[in-house]
Design a protein around this ligand. Structure first.
Ligand code: G6P
Length: 611
């Protein structure tokens, strides 16, 4: 998981690359580097962020109208100057930037060492660049052929941009498993791991498919596959605009994205709910609706926050569509030998649409004959292209590494799907269907009212910012929210946090509770309200500090808890969309108060395109 940007044209490449890297930094921020082609290849790279790279390159010759850049999230080899990209081959013929993992690198490295190659870094990427050079020199072929021959020996995933010192007017780009987008300008081309470094210059893009190779000069783009079959580039128009990827007046993307939720959820159901609120229409899954209606089982596969949304989906589908659901960690599912039949529907949930494990889960379920649906945010990403049908969340670009608005949009889509399916399968009365649609449409304004409590929530954050452990408890629909709240806190503040079904607390976590332990309890009025009140009493009896998320006007819990944060009343199936918001805010402020880098938490990356 890394960010790649490149440029070929008449403009100076350096500022385009730096700006592009800043936009891509959310994909990885261990080290950064650039290479500029200008009578030779000039590479500048260092440990640290893009700002460090700018300092490092200051005063160096930075001209050149062709170049590439990279921001890294370390996989092979610790973050260091030497392991930073771009990597250059031993004899200086090739330079490349790479996103992905070359799985057979050890074997390839041994072969190259036997041929006299020496390595300066611990990366799999350096093996690849030397492999290309070795083929180029030994077989006396042009750069493009050397690249294609090398890639045919590679097992693993890659998004690559490559330059050859002998063919300095061109860049070669290739993809397998790691995304690459080419922006088409007027006598110029831009490349990016996603469209964010491109949209400032052009809205015409080509998404590379697996095993595509593009040979790019400022005047021409030739597309082929690694077997050398010519391909016709498909130029598409992208909707993404620059204001959507700016931080605006917010200090962090995460805070901006928390605040965007009334709008992003509105965007998720825009055009999908009839004006009279009597009907849901999800155009992306119309064709597979008969299959979905008759499915024997739904499997939902995802990772991270998307997996928490999947769990909410399980409760929704079971309750309203009366369908058995299994929620799977994609990384586990793909390596088991699960029983999957053509009567199953697999729903893959992913903000980025690029998570390697989720993609692999899709491929496996597809081979076993299941129908595959996707719920993704990034339009044109890999997962939507692998699925039979799907629904985009339309939450807009999510840049903060800790997912917020993507989660609420995923849950919104799952709710719409479950209600629609419930109606189609006859397991839901029309009146309830309409009531729930009405409830969904009220979510944006209810979140607006929750956001008004931000400064009050910040005061609570102040009280618990020095905690070392914390517990999140919920029941039913709010158990996945407890998991998500705990994940948010640990991701960005590095406080240990565990989410638990409230009743399970007695089977272990209760032993941890003392006067230093903040316990966040999701306790809105639903069918398990009385039980959760008892759980709060159990925590208080052990001197734990209770921060309860309650329904507006709840007087009972106010008497018991140390703090209550109120959310507007709603049907319990809708409550995850509301109750998660105070937990996002509390994590955000605790992390800020602890001086943590909220948008770029240590060791994490926005999307994990490697196993
Ligand atoms: C990473 C991110 C998480 C995200 C997870 C799944 O771990 O840091 O925020 O939930 O990947 O990503 P996806 O793009 O598939 O939803």
């Amino acid at each position: 998981m890394c960010g790649i940007v490149a440029y070929v044209g008449d403009k100076m490449a350096y500022p385009i690359l730096i700006k592009g890297l800043q936009r891509l930094e959310y994909r990885g921020y261990d080290s950064a580097g650039i290479a500029l082609l200008n009578s030779g290849i000039h590479t500048y790279k260092c440990l640290g962020k893009v700002n460090d790279l700018e300092m490092h390159a200051k005063g160096e010759p930075l001209s050149g109208t062709i170049g590439m850049g990279h921001t890294r999230w370390a996989t092979h080899g610790e973050p260091s100057d030497a392991n930073a990209h771009p990597h250059t081959s031993m004899n200086g013929k090739f330079t490349l930037v790479h996103n992905g993992i070359i799985e057979n690198y050890a074997h390839l490295k041994k072969e190259l060492e036997l041929r006299g190659y020496q390595f300066r870094s611990d990366t799999d990427t350096e093996v690849l660049v030397n492999l290309i050079e070795n083929i180029y020199l030994e077989q006396n072929v042009c750069a493009e052929i050397a690249v294609r021959l090398a890639l045919s020996k590679v097992v693993g995933a890659y998004g690559l941009v490559i330059s050859c010192a002998d063919e300095q007017n061109q860049l070669i780009a290739a993809r397998k498993g790691s995304p690459l987008v080419i922006g088409v300008g007027d006598k110029e081309y831009y490349l990016g791991s996603d469209a964010s470094p491109i949209i400032e210059y052009t809205d015409r893009v080509i998404y590379l498919n697996d095993e595509d190779v593009a040979i790019i000069t400022k005047d021409d783009l030739v597309l082929k596959n690694i077997q050398n079959d010519a391909l016709k580039p498909k130029i598409q128009k992208i909707e993404l605009t620059i204001d959507k990827i700016n931080k605006g007046d917010y200090e962090h993307y995460m805070l901006k994205e928390i605040h965007e939720q009334p709008t992003s959820i509105g965007d998720t159901f825009r055009g999908r709910i009839a004006i009279d609120k009597s009907k849901i229409f999800l155009g992306g899954i119309t064709d597979v609706m008969p299959k979905l209606t008759q499915a024997k089982r739904i499997i939902i596969a995802a990772c991270g926050t998307s997996w928490h949304a999947a769990m909410v989906g399980e409760y929704l589908f079971e309750e309203f569509a009366r369908l058995p659901v299994e929620v799977e960690y994609a990384s586990e599912f793909r390596y088991r030998n699960p029983v999957i039949t053509p009567d199953d529907v697999l729903i893959a949930i992913s903000q980025s649409g690029e998570t390697a494990d989720t993609l692999a889960a899709i491929k496996m379920a597809k081979e076993k004959g299941a129908t595959i649906l996707g719920i993704c945010n990034v339009v044109g990403s890999s997962i939507p292209r692998e699925t039979d049908a799907g629904v985009y969340t339309h939450a807009g670009p999510e840049i903060g590494v800790a997912s917020t608005k993507a989660f609420t949009s995923q849950v919104t889509v799952l709710a719409m799907m479950a209600f629609m399916l419930g109606r189609k399968r006859g397991s839901m009365y029309d009146q309830l269907y309409k009531e729930l649609i009405q409830e969904l449409t009220l979510v944006p304004e209810k979140i607006v009212s929750i956001l008004k409590s931000e400064s009050y929530i910040k005061e609570i954050a102040e009280k618990y910012k020095d905690a070392t452990n914390s517990l999140y408890l919920g029941r039913g629909y709010l158990f996945p929210v407890a998991l998500e709240g705990a994940l948010k806190l640990k991701e960005i503040s590095y406080i240990h946090a565990e989410g638990y079904p409230a009743a399970e607390m007695k089977h272990g976590p209760i032993a941890l509770i003392d006067e230093n332990m903040p316990v966040f309890v999701l306790a809105t009025k639903d069918k398990s309200y009385e039980k959760i009140v008892s759980n709060i009493q159990e925590v208080k009896a052990r001197s734990g500090k209770v921060i309860a998320i309650v329904t507006e006007g709840d007087e009972t819990i106010k008497q018991l808890a140390d703090h209550v944060i109120e959310v507007p009343d709603s049907h319990e199936a809708i409550a995850p969309l509301l109750t998660v918001v105070p937990l996002q805010i509390i994590s955000y402020y605790i992390a800020v108060m602890r001086g943590c880098n909220v948008d770029q938490p240590r060791n994490l990356a926005k999307s994990v395109t490697v196993e």
